[in-house]
Design a protein around this ligand. Sequence first.
Ligand SMILES: CC(C)(COP(=O)(O)OP(=O)(O)OC[C@H]1O[C@@H](n2cnc3c(N)ncnc32)[C@H](O)[C@@H]1OP(=O)(O)O)[C@@H](O)C(=O)NCCC(=O)NCCS
Length: 180
Amino acid sequence: MPTNGSTGRLIDLQGEDRERAVPAIRDGFEGIYRWHAKRTLRDIARVRAVDVDGEVVGVSMLELLVPEVGYVYYLAVRTQWRQHGIGARLLDDALVWFRGSGARVVYAAAEEHNTPSLALFRSRSFRLVDRAEAGWREGGLGAWGLRSRMRVVFGEVLLGLRLAPEPTAAADASRDSRQA
Ligand SMILES: CC(C)(COP(=O)(O)OP(=O)(O)OC[C@H]1O[C@@H](n2cnc3c(N)ncnc32)[C@H](O)[C@@H]1OP(=O)(O)O)[C@@H](O)C(=O)NCCC(=O)NCCS
């Protein structure tokens, strides 16, 4: 039975072992999303899972779109295991990996009325990205040049989190503080 987010262990899923995540995908997505999530499961760079006694109860699919930008393609938790911290554990794990890989920005897409998904990303300080805002290379979170690689469709919003300042923004800030 579900207990809390520290139940089970975080593992990498590789090759045919990734099929073990299909029940979590079935629980998490319907229609075209389910089809696309299953396809992504087979193709994507990194798949992480929470394994409880041999059952995959949660899965994340992660990729670097460019070396500085991480993307959470999908994250899903089996229905009976939800609201026990497993999604947050997978997202924390994803952020550790993105940081360690040198990413400065991380994005995820969510349906605009998907309260659990929005709550999950917001709980880790992601915020909604305005279509018009300054691009990530300028220190904002605008996803200029990356949207074609993201799976953001009608009815979804883009969420973003900055992990590290842009090098130029950091240099400017340090110069400004020296001059102050
Ligand atoms: C979104 C999803 C992954 C969340 O997983 P989870 O294991 O239930 O999430 P957690 O228990 O770790 O909760 C993380 C945060 O979200 C909040 N949250 C989760 N479900 C919620 C709900 N139904 N209503 C309100 N808040 C919710 C939690 O309170 C927590 O916030 P807090 O730390 O501020 O308290 C899960 O609901 C799911 O698989 N949904 C279907 C697939 C999906 O929509 N994936 C996301 C887009 S790819």
